[in-house]
Design a protein around this ligand. Structure first.
Ligand code: TYD
Ligand code: MG
Length: 453
């Protein structure tokens, strides 16, 4: 019997090769090739939106009407998409197992089914299982069509017949095309499945949401190329221990990225969190050393979070340092700056830094709050309850400016804070239309900051 023919694919970029290679010539990734059976008949495969014969068109003549959008009715979701679902767009929703992707998309179906025709296709759950989930979510006033199927050719036929406006595919890793010999979830299947869904979306103007599982590294399983092919990539994230979830756009051809939507998982599905700051600060200790409130920007939204620090005498030869929600190396760096610029010795102290509520923050604007929290715990003096602080700290101890300063200040003011410790302001920055009720305390370096506490 003839040996089954196989080909090798790069997991990163989908590069195809007849033999195994240590390094991908396409994207230079190491050890990224996997072996898969060769497609019996080479599947027709178009990467982009071009369908049929090439047709040239002058740019000036292309109609520039704004894309047609449908509002879902879940405000947090609409915002992340850039103002509703764009007709004919392909949206990838990634996230850890059990984070609530299926729940979110079923809730979306419930909302839009009142006005539009929706089809929910699941390759992971049976119709009964979906029904059980739907029962937890409450009443469905519109009609949501269900299909438990994994064969994409049958799915394409169903779409042809039903002509829905919005379709959910849960998940791309379970879908397959018979023409491609490989197992569902393999590089070539995921690539083919996405390409054919892309064609369906663009040809028929159907908006398709696909669920993608994420790998250990936190990217969507399958080729990285998947993210390049789709119009929008959303990640649904959250902490296993916390009930809130964040929906984040990491790529959006029809809107800005880095917008977030905040949800809370409840007994009856996901609830919108309209004011994340209040939610993050719930249960905050009052007048306790080591607790500082800061504002971080999530896209265009300022969110108030609490940074906590605990500095205490060490019982070990090597002091212990941990950081949760902020970069560990950043905390070490800031402690080194404190030692050098403030002349305090932290070598004999354990230090723990934590962002309450389980948020993960990567922006440098949180530096000032970390240092203030460490100082507050070190000196055992509480920072005033109605004070917030933000700013970046450089290696010489200087406090540097952050983006969208006034939005952050306004958010703090809105929530009733009275004092705001900020970097030294340029006069241009101060000319903001409305007068501020909140008091601004400008600090130029960390010595000035230390003198405040
Ligand atoms: P699910 O949407 O199945 O996650 P994914 O599709 O991302 O794997 O999430 C289900 C989790 O959410 C599950 O652990 C149960 C929980 N859950 C609730 O807490 N309340 C609910 O109303 C629903 C539907 C699920
Ligand atoms: Mg699921």
């Amino acid at each position: 019997m003839a040996k089954a023919k196989t080909v090798f694919f790069c997991k990163e970029c989908g590069f195809e090769s007849a033999k195994w290679l240590g390094q991908c010539p396409g994207c230079r990734a190491w050890n990224s090739f996997t072996e898969e059976p060769m497609a019996q008949t080479k599947a027709k495969y178009s990467h982009g939106v071009g369908v049929g014969v090439a047709k040239l068109q002058p740019l000036q003549e292309v109609s520039s009407d704004r894309e047609e959008r449908t509002l879902i009715g879940i405000r947090e979701f609409d915002r992340v998409l850039g103002g509703g679902i764009v007709k004919g767009s392909l949206v990838l929703v990634g996230g850890d197992p059990g984070i609530g992707k299926s729940t979110l998309l079923l809730q979306m179906c419930r909302e839009i089914s009142t006005k539009h025709k929706v089809l929910y296709i699941s390759g992971e759950e049976s119709a009964q299982q979906i029904k059980m989930r739907a029962d937890r979510l409450g009443e469905f006033s519109g009609e949501v069509l269900l299909l438990a199927e994994t064969n994409l050719d049958l799915i394409a036929a169903a779409l042809e017949k039903e002509q829905p406006e919005v379709v959910v595919i849960d998940s791309i890793q379970t879908m397959y095309r018979e023409e491609v010999g490989a197992a569902p979830g393999s590089v070539s299947q995921v690539r083919e499945a996405t390409a054919s869904l892309m064609r369906l979306a663009k040809e028929k103007g159907i908006s398709i949401f696909i669920v993608g599982h994420v790998t250990k590294e936190g990217t969507v399983a399958g080729p990285r190329m998947l993210e390049h092919m789709v119009d929008t990539v959303l990640y649904f994230e959250g902490d296993a221990s916390a009930s809130y979830r964040i929906l984040r756009a990491v790529k959006n051809r029809f809107g800005s990225t880095n917008e977030i939507g905040v949800f809370e998982m409840s007994g009856s599905g996901l609830l919108e969190v309209a004011n994340p700051s209040e939610y993050m600060l719930e249960g905050r200790p009052e007048e306790e050393p080591g607790s500082v409130i800061t504002t971080v920007m999530e896209g265009t939204r300022p969110i108030l979070v609490e940074v906590q620090a605990l500095v205490c005498q060490t019982n070990f030869n090597m002091p212990r340092r941990t950081a949760a929600g902020v970069d560990y190396n950043r905390v070490n760096l800031l402690m080194a700056v404190m030692e050098k610029r403030l002349g305090i010795s932290l070598a004999g102290c354990d230090a723990y830094v934590n962002v309450a509520g389980g948020m993960k923050i990567s922006e440098p604007g949180i530096d000032l709050a970390i240092v203030l929290a460490l100082l507050s715990s070190y000196k055992n003096k509480a920072v005033d309850n109605k004070t917030i602080a933000f700013g970046e700290i450089g290696l010489t101890g200087e406090v540097r400016n952050v983006s969208m300063l006034m939005q952050r200040v306004r958010e703090a003011e809105k929530l009733g804070y009275e004092t705001c410790i900020v970097p030294k302001l340029h006069s241009a920055r101060k000319t903001d239309e409305k007068p501020l009720k909140i008091k601004l305390v400008e600090v130029g370096n960390i010595r000035e900051l230390a003198s405040l506490i």
